[in-house]
Design a protein around this ligand. Sequence first.
Ligand SMILES: C[S@@+](CC[C@H](N)C(=O)[O-])C[C@H]1O[C@@H](n2cnc3c(N)ncnc32)[C@H](O)[C@@H]1O
Length: 276
Amino acid sequence: MDASDRSLPRTIDITQPNLARMHDYYLGGKDNYPADRKVCEDLLEFAPSTRAVAASNRHFLQRLIPYLATEHHIRQFLDLGSGLPTQNNTHDIAQAAAPEARVVYVDNDPMVFAHSRALLAGARNTAVLHADLRSPKSITQHPEVKGFIDFHQPVAALYVSVLHCIPDDDQPEKVLRDMAALLPAGSVLVVSQLISDDAAMRDTITDLMRDALPGQWGKVRRRQDVEGYFRDLELLKPGLVDVSTWPTGTVLGPRPSSKEWIEYGGIGKISRRTGW
Ligand SMILES: C[S@@+](CC[C@H](N)C(=O)[O-])C[C@H]1O[C@@H](n2cnc3c(N)ncnc32)[C@H](O)[C@@H]1O
């Protein structure tokens, strides 16, 4: 499936660094190349906890899906900026909790699309869409998505470790607001985004990533930027946190450092229509 009113990258160039493959490298995957690994190693010089950040964010994704399935009875998931398939993907976890769960993977990267489609060929109740998450309507109104997801029933829209790819000019808060307006009450938006409490670090990493990944990077933000995303949503407990501590406050792996960067976020429920 291919959908967008934005132009989508079509070519795979392994000589240039790529965000999805860098993420794969940090998670210990094999779908990465020297150009990706070089930027990853450069980043580790500035932010040695980056591997821990990537791993803890992945654990956040893997913990929140069973929570949404069991506590909020959500059976439909849009995984936006889904990344290269790895172990325990969203549909594996969702369908372990609720076998009837449906998952749509959405990514604008052609390699992610190709790998996801190959891996998921024949997988039950899953679909893969090549689309840009900055156009929520092109996703929810895509004919195959409309035939697959019931937009009268709650949906979890997962923006896990992706909004830092969206520059301010493309208004990540508006992207979320537009998506929320397309989903019924009882749906949730899940967000984790890279933030740093250190202004110099925010600038350094943002510049490094923009130079290395032209067109693939937005910004390392501040906590209050992420807090703005959740305006007018019902923030579920424990609220907005370093996701390595979600939901109990206990860090389950190596602790990332907010002096470097952390993934900060939480879950907002769409329970009223005013404002959104
Ligand atoms: C850091 S990876 C996160 C993968 C996964 N969500 C996770 O947490 O493990 C970010 C993914 O977002 C995708 N992405 C970035 N900008 C996007 C956009 N505008 N539309 C769709 N996908 C995008 C990238 O291609 C990449 O695969």
